[in-house]
Design a protein. Structure first.
Length: 209
């Protein structure tokens, strides 16, 4: 029985999204080296000229996948709805949202590719920093600066301290996930981890009375 494929939209954004969906599925299943543009094309269901008009090479497809994953992480940690009047509560919420996203399969996939094939794709690390790490660091650094200006914290270097917070709250958990230490990733454990890290982080920045 023949498989009926849904027609490919003419909307460029929709087409690009479908291509990236197909490419991400292939890269996550096979890695970069073993991934096949023919299989990506089959998953996409459109024409080869259409796919290569958006992404002329397999390398461009891979970079596009990484950029989209990074953008999703940045969007997942949008703090517009959070109450910034209490640094501890805000930081705990920020850490929990960042952890919930960075420990997803697609984000961990980027980490594994960076370890396995990062030397071949220096631009991938740059793409991830540009779309996720730098915007989130800017968001956190700006909040640390505002809290310091209002007298809630004593932060002398917001950009440096924001990076330190990411190292403290995220880096260890990502390493455990990458190396398949399969414990401590359920929501209650992540919430407790966030609380512990925020308490340690704030201990050095409280206004001393």
């Amino acid at each position: 029985m023949a498989i009926l494929k849904s027609p490919v939209s003419r909307n460029p954004a929709v087409v690009r999204g479908r291509i990236l969906d197909a490419a991400q599925a292939e890269f996550m299943a096979e890695g970069f080296a073993a991934a096949s543009t023919n299989r990506i094309l089959e998953r996409f269901g459109g024409s080869k000229p259409t796919m290569f008009r958006h992404f002329p090479t397999k390398r461009a497809l891979f970079e596009g996948v990484v950029a989209r994953i990074a953008e999703r992480w940045r969007d997942a940690v949008d703090m517009a709805d959070a109450d910034a009047s209490q640094p501890q509560a805000w930081l705990e919420q920020f850490a929990q949202r960042a952890l919930a996203w960075i420990l997803t399969d697609e984000s961990i996939f980027v980490g594994r590719m960076a370890i396995a094939e990062g030397h071949l794709f220096p631009e991938v690390g740059q793409t991830y920093r540009e779309h996720a790490v730098d915007p989130l660091n800017t968001l956190l650094a700006g909040q640390l600066e505002r809290w310091t200006a209002s007298g809630l914290l004593a932060c002398t270097n917001p950009a440096r301290d924001a990076l330190a917070f990411f190292d403290l709250a995220l880096a260890g958990m990502v390493s455990r996930k990458l190396y398949r230490v399969d414990e401590g990733f359920d929501p209650p454990a992540l919430a407790q981890h966030a609380r512990n890290c925020v308490a340690l982080f704030l201990n050095g920045m409280r206004i001393k009375t």
